[in-house]
Design a protein around this ligand. Structure first.
Ligand code: ZN
Length: 305
């Protein structure tokens, strides 16, 4: 599949709809309400893209039950936004997107978050396993005061941990703190216990490390990032973090706590699909868009765009 910006699915609503339908229903449309394949496309200009289910008599489109549902934004703009977000290495801000799509900031802000939701794996599989190394690292992001002159106290920093399988996938979490109990809960539910766990010397890892096949530690402060002939390191996790931090601070400036998990999902998505071509990567959030209709409220109380 070519996915260059000249593709008519990014400018033509009929072609965009046909693309989304083919992508969602490769074997023909079925009703998202009752699952029946006994459906037909409605005729008439005002019902473009509308299907009627002959079983339950409900109407639906290829957007029904996806993060694109209940949006007044044309589908071709959704496809373009998805492509731009998936293809950009550094991430794309809502402001950039609003300029490129000719939409309000509020609308593009919603689009960004819905697309990030589509980037989340539906049921994330555990990482690691026998003879696999999983690195864990934690960092703090945020806390840059825009109005430092007026703000009495430092804005809150958010603790984030990432678990990365070497040559494999990453899973990142916003955590309340970096205490042993908090980190353990994420590690044991994300990483196979047959793995070789590699962490820094934070005391929080000491106990949980014993639950794994092996546990290696690296001392950040000492000059020993790489030991044992290059095996004992957490460079993958650190690299993963530095990519994310550079992008987050360069593109988004500040990220609110409520939306942080979605930014992390976007960065895991980019890491986990780093070997794919842009077109392949851009197709994934469309698949992930299904079954994730969002109902949260935005920063200024608008529920839908
Ligand atoms: Zn039905």
């Amino acid at each position: 599949m070519t996915c260059d910006l000249a593709n008519p699915i990014f400018t033509d609503e009929v072609k965009a709809t046909a693309h989304m339908e083919a992508d969602r229903w490769p074997d023909g449309a079925y009703c998202p309400h009752c699952g029946s394949v006994n459906v037909h496309k409605m005729a008439g200009k005002t019902q473009a893209g509308m299907f009627l289910c002959n079983e339950c008599r409900e109407k639906f489109t290829c957007r029904t039950g996806t993060v694109f549902e209940r949006s007044h934004i044309p589908l071709h703009k959704w496809l373009l936004a998805t492509h731009l977000m998936a293809a950009s290495k550094k991430g794309m801000s809502a402001l950039q997107l609003s300029r490129m799509l000719g939409l309000s900031y509020k609308s593009s802000w919603f689009m960004c978050h819905r697309i990030r939701e589509g980037m989340k794996p539906a049921s994330p599989s555990p990482i690691g396993g026998e003879n696999k190394v999983v690195e864990s690292d934690e960092t703090f992001i945020g806390g840059k005061a825009k109005n430092r002159a007026y703000a009495k106290k430092e804005p809150k920093k958010h603790a984030v941990m990432t678990l990365v399988e070497r040559d494999g996938e990453s899973r990142s979490f916003h955590v309340a703190n970096v205490k042993a109990k908090t980190l353990r809960e994420k590690i044991v539910t994300t990483v196979s216990r047959k793995s070789h766990l590699m962490t820094d010397e934070l005391a929080s890892y000491e106990k949980v490390g014993k639950e794994f096949a092996n546990h290696g530690t690296v001392n950040h402060s000492a000059d020993e990032y790489v030991r044992l002939g290059g095996f004992e390191h957490i460079n993958t996790a650190e690299c993963r973090f530095s990519l994310m931090k550079r992008a987050v601070f360069a593109t988004h400036h500040s990220i609110s706590e409520a939306h942080l998990p979605r930014y992390l999902a976007e960065w895991d998505f980019k890491w986990n699909t780093r070997k794919m071509k842009d077109g392949e990567r851009a197709a994934l959030p469309l698949k992930g868009a299904e079954g994730k209709r969002l109902t949260y409220r935005g920063p200024r109380g608008a529920a839908h765009v």
